[in-house]
Design a binder for this molecule. Structure first.
Ligand SMILES: *Cc1c(COP(=O)(O)O)cnc(C)c1O
Length: 405
């Protein structure tokens, strides 16, 4: 058996990944993030905590999720063999539950009884409301009123789970505004409330904590590759919104230099400002939501509007560790357009009987583009971050628009 290599120990104790990361927060939040950092440092060394987390992942989430060889898709493309890491089969339909459960366990350790979360498409809100239900915590989810309208079924789900969905009416009434509102709540409530951030973003220690809770994806995948393929894959492809599913699958492979890693951002309708959500491709370093990272912003540092067919990728920032991997060259980042993602969504249904989330369809579309040029001996792993039931109506509407047949 091959033991997974120890990845480089980043971030440093101030939360820096090279020049990125850190803690750009108001004074009123210092005590809360310090408490979280201290509690997490203890928890990660505590066998009982780790055993409880593993037990939940196995018996509640349904882990390990399978690594599936997509035979018909691979044959259709006529190149590399394509494997799907099936996070769509995790409870609640995506990888987000891994992080939500881990942070709920930390909440209990800190003696807090209330959690808050921000959500865009509603997936992180559902995962947090689910984890809160399992442990009987009060849960308030901040959601832009525009997203509440677009994602009505997830709002119903959160309410049935006992969560309170707070409509945010400021700004563009989407994810960025919901995050600002959650931060404001936390400034006043942090003595009894934990803020469960949904991706590898925010001030230190959040990017590290979320990455570590999601790294179960990459650890399983590494083991499964060795068992099922007999070696590590040629490349791993994942979509990047804030970057948590990508960081989770990439991290345990960082020291495996032969494994290429590609993060796929939302290319939207094109390269113009406001037409995409691709900070690593088109953005520049700036501070957003508590850390320094690549951000989509104008000359004055105002955050730019974003667009993607997929609500989970529709965010102007990205995790600081991705910015570090970008600049160091360890991970390559690219974009996939709305229409290529939509084609990939349809193709996976037709050839494999799997309905992917539109987010995951971005990773899939990149694999579809590169696989034909590779040979059959090579294996590509795609992180299929979630299932697409939530996207079905929107996808059908868009397909109807582009293809009246
Ligand atoms: C939220 C979400 C994403 C994007 O978030 P990351 O933090 O970049 O992983 C991707 N896929 C699915 C299915 C999601 O729900």
């Amino acid at each position: 058996m091959t033991i997974a290599p120890t990845p480089p120990a980043l971030p440093d104790d101030r939360g820096h990944f090279g020049p990125f990361g850190g803690q750009f927060i108001p004074e009123t939040l210092h005590a809360a993030v310090e408490q979280l950092a201290r509690e997490y440092a203890r928890a990660r060394e505590d066998g009982e905590f780790l055993a409880q987390f593993d037990d939940l992942l196995a018996h509640y989430v349904g882990r390990p999720t399978p690594l599936y060889l997509a035979r018909r898709l691979s044959e259709h493309l006529g190149g590399a063999r394509i494997y799907l890491k099936r996070e769509d089969l995790a409870h609640t339909g995506a990888h987000k539950i891994n992080n939500a459960l881990g942070q709920v366990l930390l909440t209990l350790r800190m003696g807090k009884r209330r959690v808050i979360a921000e959500t865009g498409a509603g997936q992180h809100g559902v995962a947090t409301a689910t984890a809160a239900a399992v442990f009987g915590l009060q849960c308030d989810v901040f959601m832009g009123s525009e997203d509440v309208r677009r994602q009505a079924p997830n709002v119903k789900r959160m309410e049935l789970l006992g969560a309170n969905v707070i409509r945010v009416e400021s700004g563009s009434r989407t994810l960025k505004d919901a995050t600002n509102a959650a931060m404001r709540d936390w400034m006043e409530s942090s003595d009894h409330t934990h803020y469960i951030i949904g991706s590898v973003v925010g001030p230190h220690p959040f990017p590290m904590i979320v990455r570590d809770f999601q790294a179960v994806i990459g650890r399983e995948c590494r083991r499964q590759c060795l068992a099922q393929i007999g070696r590590l894959p040629q490349s791993i492809i994942a979509c990047v919104g804030g970057g948590s599913n990508a960081a989770g699958i990439f991290y345990p492979f960082i020291a495996d230099e032969a494994v290429k890693m590609i993060g796929v951002e939302a290319g939207g309708r094109g390269e113009g400002a406001g037409d995409h959500a691709a900070p690593l491709t088109y953005g520049s370093p700036g501070v957003l939501h508590g850390s320094l990272s690549y951000v989509l912003q104008d000359e004055e540092g105002q955050t730019s509007p974003v667009h993607s067919i997929s609500a989970g990728l529709d965010y102007p920032g990205v995790g600081p560790e991705h910015s570090y991997w970008h600049d160091s060259g360890r991970v390559r980042y690219t974009t996939v357009t709305d229409s290529a993602a939509l084609d990939a969504f349809a193709l996976l249904m037709r050839l494999e009987g799997i309905l992917p989330a539109l987010e995951s369809a971005h990773a899939l579309a990149h694999a579809i583009a590169v696989a034909p040029a590779l040979d059959r001996e090579q294996a590509i792993v795609i992180n299929l971050s979630g299932r697409g039931d939530k996207d079905l109506d929107e996808a059908l509407r868009l397909m109807g628009k582009t293809d009246p047949g």
